[in-house]
Design a protein around this ligand. Structure first.
Ligand code: SF4
Length: 460
C-alpha cells in the first residue's frame, strides 16, 4: 500500500473514532529549528488525514511529542511530560500517544519508553517521518505497540513532496540538507540524524520560490552543517552557489541560514553575503571554545586562529555584520585558563548574542567517556562569568546602533506595552510604536535607545 492509501484509511478510521467531529491532534516540538521543520511536515501529513490541531491535551485524540536529544535538560523535560500523560490517558482511554524525533533514534531511550511508559502507542525516529500514515494505520489496527526507527537505506534517502503545515505566516523554514558527518566528540546528532545528504538545488529553488510567492518575508535555510551543502550531489553546487541562485528570486524578502560550521565556512560564502540583495547581514558561526586544545578534543576541525581570520575578513567585507555563536562551557577536562581563552575570543569578536550552554554528556559520544573533574558549581560560575561579559558586549553593540535606521520585519504587538516588536537584518529585537497592520511587513525604524540587547525606536 502507498502512503496516500494509508492516509485515506487512517482518515476513515479516525472519523469513525471521533464520531462525526474532526479528530484533533496536539503536536509539541522540542529543540532546534530542524525539529520545528520536521514538526511542520508531521502536521502537514496529519492535516491530510483529516486532523485539526489543538494545544489542549484534554481535547486531543492524538498527542505527539517531537523530541530533542541534544541536551540532557530537554530529554528530562520530555520524560516528565510523557509521565504526565498517564492521567490524561486514564481519563481518555482512546487517546493515541506517540513519540518521535532524535531521542527516539537512541536505543536506550526506546527501551526506557517500552518498559516505563506502557500507554505510549507509537514510537518512531527521524528517518521515517514520511511513513507516518502507515505507522498510524498500524497503531490503529494492531493491538501491539509500534516501534519504528528506520534502517540503513532510510538513513540515506531524502523524501521530497511531503505536505507541510507551516506554523508561521511570514517566517518559514526551508531545509537544504539533512544529517551531519562531523562527529564532534560531544554531539549526538550524527548518530540520530544520520550522514549528510543534500536536496537537489532544483527542489530547494522550487520550494523557496513558492514561499516567496506565498508572501513569506523571512526564510531560513536549514541544515546541521549548511556549509557542506552539495558535497555528495552529482551537480556542481556548493552552499555559496545555492545562496546566489536563491537570491535571484524576485521579491521582498530576506534569507537567513543555519547552522554554519567554521571548518567549512569560506571566503566565497562571505563574499556572497556581502554581494547579496536579500541575504541577511547575520552570520551564526558556532565556535564552541576559544582554546585550541579543547577544540581538538571536541574534534571541531579548526583552530582559534582560523576562526578569527575568517571573522576578520567577514567584518572587512560586511561592516554591519551581526555575529552570533554557540559556546560550550565546561567541556570535560577544560581548565579555567582554557575557559578564559573563550572569554578573550568573545571580547575580540564582539558578538551580538551568544547561545551558551554548560556541557552535558550524551550517551554514546566520545566526550561522555572523558574524565570530567570540574564540579558543576564551578562550571556554573564560569557560565555566569561568560554571560556577564557578553551582556556588556551586547549592550555596547546595541548602543552603537542608536541614530541608525534599521529595516525591521514586524512580528507582533506586545500585549502589555502595545509596542510593536520586530527583528533587524542582524536578528536584533526592536520595539517601537506603530499600527498592528504593520505586522508581517518590513518597516524602517529610527533607533533611539538601546536597553541591553533590545533596541527601541520610532518609524523613520
Ligand atoms: S557539526 Fe558537530 S555539533 Fe554540529 S551537528 Fe555535526 S557533530 Fe553535532
Amino acid at each position: 500500500m502507498t502512503q496516500t492509501q494509508y492516509m485515506e484509511d487512517v482518515a476513515q478510521i479516525m472519523a469513525i473514532r471521533a464520531r462525526g467531529s474532526r479528530p484533533m491532534a496536539l503536536v509539541r516540538t522540542y529543540g532546534c529549528q530542524q525539529n520545528v521543520a520536521d514538526g511542520e511536515k508531521i502536521k502537514g501529513q496529519l492535516e491530510q488525514m483529516g486532523f485539526g490541531f489543538t494545544e489542549e491535551e484534554e481535547e486531543a485524540d492524538f498527542i505527539l511529542f517531537n523530541t530533542c536529544a541534544v541536551r540532557e535538560h530537554a530529554e528530562d523535560r520530555v520524560f516528565g511530560n510523557v509521565g504526565a500523560l498517564k492521567n490524561v490517558k486514564r481519563r481518555h482511554p482512546s487517546l493515541l500517544v506517540a513519540l518521535c524525533g532524535c531521542m527516539m533514534e537512541q536505543e536506550h531511550v526506546a527501551e526506557r519508553i517500552k518498559k516505563s511508559f506502557p500507554y505510549v502507542n507509537l514510537v518512531f525516529g527521524t528517518h521515517v517521518i514520511h511513513k507516518l500514515p502507515e505507522l498510524l494505520f498500524r497503531t490503529l489496527t494492531d493491538s501491539r505497540r509500534v516501534f519504528e526507527r528506520g534502517d540503513d537505506s532510510e538513513d540515506k534517502q531524502i523524501v521530497e513532496g511531503l505536505p507541510i503545515h507551516r506554523d508561521g505566516t511570514f517566517r518559514a523554514w526551508c531545509t537544504v540538507m539533512y544529517g551531519c558527518d562531523n562527529f564532534c566528540s560531544y554531539c549526538v546528532v550524527p548518530y540520530v540524524r544520520g550522514r549528510e545528504r543534500s536536496r537537489s538545488s532544483q527542489a530547494i529553488l522550487e520550494e523557496f520560490t513558492g514561499l516567496v510567492r506565498a508572501g513569506y518575508k523571512d526564510i531560513t535555510l536549514l541544515g546541521q552543517n549548511v556549509n557542506s551543502y552539495g558535497k555528495h550531489l552529482q551537480e556542481d553546487v556548493n552552499f555559496a552557489k545555492l545562496l546566489r541562485m536563491l537570491d535571484e528570486v524576485e521579491g521582498n524578502y530576506r534569507i537567513r541560514f543555519m547552522t554554519s560550521h567554521p571548518k567549512d565556512a569560506t571566503r566565497e560564502l562571505i563574499d556572497t553575503i556581502a554581494a547579496g540583495k536579500h541575504i541577511s547581514h547575520h552570520l551564526h558561526l558556532p565556535f564552541q571554545s576559544g582554546n585550541n586544545r579543547v577544540l581538538k578534543e571536541m574534534n571541531r576541525g579548526y583552530t582559534r586562529e582560523k576562526y578569527l581570520d575568517l571573522i576578520r575578513y567577514a567584518k572587512e567585507q560586511i561592516p554591519d555584520l551581526s555575529l552570533t555563536s554557540d559556546i560550550i562551557v565546561g567541556f570535560p577536562g577544560e581548565t579555567y585558563e582554557e575557559f578564559l581563552d573563550t572569554v578573550d575570543l568573545i571580547r575580540q569578536v564582539e558578538f551580538t548574542s551568544l547561545y551558551t550552554f554548560i556541557y552535558s554528556p550524551r550517551v554514546g559520544t566520545r566526550a561522555a567517556k572523558m574524565e570530567d573533574p570540574v564540579p558543576a558549581e564551578e562550571k556554573s560560575k564560569w557560565f555566569q562569568e561568560l554571560c556577564a561579559e557578553q551582556e556588556k558586549i551586547a549592550a555596547r553593540r546595541c548602543a552603537s546602533m542608536i541614530g541608525t535606521v534599521q529595516r525591521v520585519l514586524v512580528e507582533e504587538q506586545n500585549a502589555k506595552t502595545g509596542l510593536l516588536a520586530g527583528r533587524t537584518d542582524g536578528n536584533i529585537v526592536v520595539d517601537f510604536p506603530g499600527a498592528p497592520a504593520l505586522i508581517g511587513t518590513f518597516a524602517d525604524v529610527n533607533i533611539t535607545e538601546a536597553r541591553n540587547w533590545i533596541l527601541k525606536g520610532v518609524l523613520a
